[in-house]
Design a protein around this ligand. Structure first.
Ligand code: AMP
Length: 395
């Protein structure tokens, strides 16, 4: 069965068509600048030439119409008709406390996703538009929601509650939710597979280090803590997000610069992280590794913050068997991984094999055979994980 995986952003849409039985990618692509002048669709059939078309996409429905057209095109498409698509898996960012696993989308589920818009005002509306557009264009095809927050719903309350008046949790559900759950789920399971050990026996720390970055602690098969919070702003230093800071900084900046809370949130989300720390040099880690003082300053702070989370989660689980690196930086940056592991984690008995640690974008054990904790690089594959969960529900 072919599963179409849709990841709808506010002005973009990524898609993959995956054969659920063989788990092979059939085609993938991206619609950009939806609702903005100059929109385009990029379509890459597996093993074929990439096709880029500039076409007007005033809304997501139109974008999905072009996606379906590309998939079924007589000459360059990969399926004969839409009947060959068995289900659609949608990445949904926020499921609140309602969803601890993937679910078939019904009107009630849509209502519950709508109820979480407060918690993810940029993402959930776009995700819902994607669901509506697919339903309209593919009547009768099951739609499945796979939530970024679901994997973290197993956290105990001591990990998810903030130390603010409890009524804020009761009234508004203010708590830690965590994100990148599909990635943490996929990578932690893959780590157990690679080590040939039962998932339920392991204490795993997953470092998802990309433009957005988060760490999770997975103990005996359950996520017990994660670094992102009510929103993806908390935790690690990211490309443009600050991660943890003293909340009093908001009032301080507001008083100094007469900025509103909304304006300061924009600074924290879009102008901070390694971009801010490097004095505006770049949010891309490749640019920071150029030998400049500004880049080095940002990279050092990033490594320290990440190492501190690893230490904290080793404590939270009373030990750690395996640490995994994934996402753009975690999979590719030999230097960032080395600063985290070699500068800070020796006390855990971690040894790094320098030759193996040169790996980029491939599964590899990078710790030495006598290392007390295994360190693995595991490329994440959120789309495959979404396709698997979708298939499991509809087959
Ligand atoms: P992601 O959000 O997982 O797609 O990760 C994107 C980020 O990965 C980019 O912004 C880069 O900072 C980083 N990245 C990708 N390739 C490399 C590389 N070869 N070395 C260092 N960082 C990289």
């Amino acid at each position: 069965m072919n599963i179409l995986v849709i990841n709808c952003g506010s002005s973009s849409l990524k898609f993959q068509l995956i054969d659920a039985e063989t788990e092979k990618l059939t085609a993938k692509g991206l619609c950009e600048r939806i609702g903005i002048d100059g929109s385009q669709i990029t379509f890459s059939p597996a093993g074929g030439e990439k096709i880029v078309r500039q076409v007007p996409m005033p809304d997501h429905k139109e974008a999905i119409r072009y996606v379906l057209e590309a998939l079924t095109d007589e000459k360059t498409g990969v399926v004969k008709s839409l009947d060959e698509i068995g289900a659609v898996g949608h990445r949904i960012v926020h499921g609140g406390e309602s969803f601890a696993e993937a679910t078939i989308i019904t009107p009630e589920v849509k209502k519950a996703i709508e109820d979480c818009i407060d918690l993810a005002p940029l993402h959930n509306p776009a995700n819902l538009i994607g669901v509506d557009a697919c339903e309209a264009l593919m009547p009768g095809v099951p739609m499945v929601g796979v939530f970024d927050t679901a994997f973290h719903q197993t956290m105990p309350e001591e990990a998810y509650l903030y130390a603010i008046p409890y009524r804020y949790y009761e009234q508004y559900k203010i708590r830690r939710y965590g994100f990148h759950g599909t990635s943490h789920d996929y990578v932690s399971h893959r780590a157990a597979e690679l080590l040939g050990r039962p998932y339920e026996d392991l204490k795993i720390i997953v470092c998802h280090l990309g433009n957005g970055a988060s760490v999770s602690a997975v103990k005996n098969g359950r996520c017990v803590d994660t670094s992102m919070g009510l929103t993806p702003l908390e935790g690690l230093i990211m490309g443009t997000r600050s991660g943890d800071l003293d909340p009093a900084i908001l009032e301080f900046i507001a008083n100094k610069e007469g900025k509103s809370i909304g304006e300061i949130m924009t600074v924290l989300n879009k102008e901070s992280g390694v971009l801010g720390l490097s004095g505006g040099l770049s949010s891309d880690f490749r640019d920071l590794e150029n030998g400049s003082e500004e880049g080095a300053r940002a990279l050092k702070a990033f490594a320290l913050r990440t190492a501190k989370y690893i230490g904290a989660y080793a404590a939270a689980m009373n030990g750690v068997d395996v640490i995994c690196f994934t996402a753009g930086v975690g999979e590719n940056s030999v230097n960032v991984r080395a600063s985290i592991c070699k500068d800070y984690l020796g006390y855990l008995g971690i040894g790094i094999d320098d030759e193996a640690a040169k790996v980029r974008g491939e599964e590899k054990e990078i710790s030495t055979p006598d290392s007390k904790v295994k360190v693995l690089v595991i490329p994440t594959n959120e789309e495959l994980a979404i396709a698997r969960q979708t298939y499991a529900l509809v087959k």
